[in-house]
Ligand binder design. Sequence first.
Ligand SMILES: Cc1cc2nc3c(=O)[nH]c(=O)nc-3n(C[C@H](O)[C@H](O)[C@H](O)COP(=O)(O)OP(=O)(O)OC[C@H]3O[C@@H](n4cnc5c(N)ncnc54)[C@H](O)[C@@H]3O)c2cc1C
Length: 419
Amino acid sequence: MPQTQQVTTVDVAIIGGGLVGASLACALGDLIEAERDERARANEGERRAPLRVAIIEPQPLPRADETNAYQPSFDARASAIAYGSRRHFEQLKVWPAMREQASSIRHIHISERGHLGATRLHADELGVEALGYVIPNAWMGRALHARLDQLPIDWHCPARVETLEAEHGGYRLTLDTGEIIQAGLTVLADGGRSGFKERLGIESNHHAYRQTALIANVEMNRAHDGWAFERFTQEGPMALLPLTGRRMELVWTHEQGDVEEALALPDTLFLDRLQRTFGDRAGRFRRVGQRHAYPLSLVTARETIRPHLAILGNAAHSLHPVAGQGFNLALRGVMDLATAIEKARANGRTAGDALTLAEFEASRTADTHQIVRFSDGLIRLFGIDHAVLGHARAAGLIGLNALGPLRRTLARRAMGIER
Ligand SMILES: Cc1cc2nc3c(=O)[nH]c(=O)nc-3n(C[C@H](O)[C@H](O)[C@H](O)COP(=O)(O)OP(=O)(O)OC[C@H]3O[C@@H](n4cnc5c(N)ncnc54)[C@H](O)[C@@H]3O)c2cc1C
């Protein structure tokens, strides 16, 4: 006898419980709770069906003692979180947990090796406690998942979506557990890892930077005092971000062919090379932890909505990490989608209808274009090794330091508090 398959119907199915999918699930979980409170106050009983949300993620979060367990979104990296993202995390009620491991960025120093120019940004000039924060991805995962445990969300983990088929009024998802989910809105938050975008015929623009980011935690000989450093070198941009204690996270871009050697170097030789390339402005590099490599490219999906489908996070746009904007941009997308869904439901529409998704897309276009242009522009501007241009860039950095209002506007943009 054929086995009967369990079919669940939801309003929203989120494919991927990484940083982006888990953030969206938290935002929608809050919406479910707000709708319930509203119904109880208005004494509406169960007249209107509550929003139902499912999230599907194949990789369980590593336990606290599993430092080498693989979870792609919550791996060994730490992320620079803009001040604006802190506000979103406060809205999602995850900031108190996040801030336990968050290191404040109070000053940023931007320079170019071999040229005089440098610019400095300071939190107190902008009247904020910090320009941003650095938080280990694994810790962000824990905070988001702890919040999800408190919310009325269907959490399928470990489970993988194996097929995704369009049907009348939505999509049909088949999981490797045998379950079937029918969803009025499916959100692709799979980081572009599942192949569904391609199978649905959604094309992307690709630009391979032929660069790889080498990531490692380093320990300095002195306190960083909340300084973050962005340094452009002939080999590629480098960033040094403050972590707890004297530790900093290094993001060092290498030409693709050079990274294997840098990964294999003994620690002492690696530290020597790092010191020579970075200079002394952050102090002396004392120790380096495990090194990891991430090939870099700019990928932007040509469609981010279709009827009953929305694409978020790395699946929609994967950027060079030099300006630390990828997740910050994605989180604004998460909040805008949740707002569009909230508004739709308040007006008697569904999460996946055409107007809801058109409103979501309209709210994202300008921000996405601006950030993609900004991150890509930085790489192209500083990637060109040309003496005259180098001096022009140096003059630009010096000039930027002198131009208070413009620098403040740029800083507020990078902090995600001005669009
Ligand atoms: C080196 C580096 C440094 C960075 N630093 C910063 C920074 O400082 N600040 C910043 O804002 N951004 C930064 N970013 C960008 C940031 O990491 C990404 O924007 C973010 O990780 C994207 O998250 P995501 O959830 O979209 O995708 P992912 O992290 O890839 O998560 C996708 C999830 O989908 C799941 N999945 C895959 N297939 C399926 C399936 N079939 N069914 C169900 N689930 C599935 C995966 O298991 C995974 O958990 C950096 C990126 C890199 C590479």
